[in-house]
Design a protein around this ligand. Structure first.
Ligand SMILES: [Zn+2]
Ligand SMILES: [Zn+2]
Length: 178
């Protein structure tokens, strides 16, 4: 189980690695984190989203294309943080970002918060508030509840709060009933 998680973490985007920082959390969070793993933010697996700070918009390319673009960026602006060239404004202002699964907008990933334990959803959309990580975690937890396997003491407080919010809002009735 742990070996499998490590493997998946290695393949996952850096923010997922952070979300499960350390095996301790991975074990503590158990199934919930397992559900977080395949978190992609739309498009095919391996696709990279770029966010352009200048356009406040972004684009999606294959992992291979992303590597090429960053290589080009490093050549164009040696010694600086590699930012890819924006196909819209032609400026080197694009960083790896996220794309909201719900509203489709591109945005910049927020800075890490807290220490090694995740305390928030780093993929929360600043436009509509949707977080794919939270959505998966809530669904996993509600499924566990329905099966009588939910143990709130074993998951981090911020996930627990998200589950409570979801129950209050009634947004996940479909999962709760199953
Ligand atoms: Zn741009
Ligand atoms: Zn959104």
């Amino acid at each position: 189980m742990v070996g499998k998680i490590r493997e998946m973490v290695n393949e996952a985007p850096p923010w997922v690695t952070y979300a499960v920082a350390g095996t301790v959390v991975a074990i503590a969070v158990g199934v919930v984190v397992y559900q977080l793993m395949p978190a992609s933010t739309g498009g095919s697996p391996g696709d990279k989203h770029f966010y352009c700070a200048d356009c406040d918009d972004g684009f999606t390319v294959s992992a291979e294309k992303a590597r090429d673009m960053l290589r080009e960026a490093a050549k164009a602006n040696p010694g600086q943080r590699a930012m890819a060239k924006c196909p819209k404004c032609n400026k080197f202002t694009c960083i790896i970002g996220l794309k909201c699964e719900k509203c489709g907008k591109y945005f910049e990933m927020p800075e890490k918060s807290g220490g090694i334990f995740p305390t928030s959803w780093r993929d929360e959309c600043p436009h509509c508030g949707f977080s794919a990580q939270r959505d998966r975690a809530v669904r996993a937890a509600l499924k566990q509840k329905a099966e009588g396997k939910y143990d709130p003491d074993k998951i981090p407080p911020f996930i627990r709060e998200a589950v409570e919010d979801a129950e209050r809002s009634g947004e996940y009735k479909d999962v709760e009933k199953k």
